[in-house]
Each structure stands twice: as C-alpha cells, then as structure tokens.
Design a protein around this ligand. Structure first.
Ligand SMILES: [Zn+2]
Length: 70
C-alpha cells in the first residue's frame, strides 16, 4: 500500500525573519515508513517544499515551511 501526498500550496513563513514566501526553491521527497501502519506495508511518499526567503537582509536563504509532519 502506498500513499502519495504533497504539503499544501500555502505560503511559507521564514522562521528567521517572518517574511512570507511563495517562491519554491526545490522539492524534496520524504518517505514515511516509520508509522504504526507501516507494519501493514503502508508507505507514504511526501513531497516537501523548500522555499526561498525573499528578504534580502535575511541570512536564511532557504527554509522548509512548517507543515505536517512536524
Ligand atoms: Zn527570512
């Protein structure tokens, strides 16, 4: 059994400066198999975005939005 999921398309908020960004830097594929249901063969392929902070004064160039899973 396999589930594909994406984090929502909502804007991300930079954890350093608080600026809102919707500029996607990259997608990462995160496989979740360490779940209680994994014993039944459940694998979740979760695509996670990495966003670019648009604040030129911010040293946090890219960040991952705070979404599920934490
Ligand atoms: Zn920032």
């Amino acid at each position: 059994m396999r589930v594909r999921a994406r984090t929502s398309g909502l804007d991300g908020v930079c954890p350093r400066c608080g600026d809102v960004s919707r500029r996607t830097h990259a997608w990462h594929l995160r496989r979740l198999a360490d779940l209680p249901a994994a014993g039944r063969g459940l694998v979740i392929d979760l695509r996670v975005r990495r966003l670019i902070c648009g604040n030129a004064a911010c040293r946090q160039k890219t960040f991952r939005p705070r979404t599920w899973p934490p």
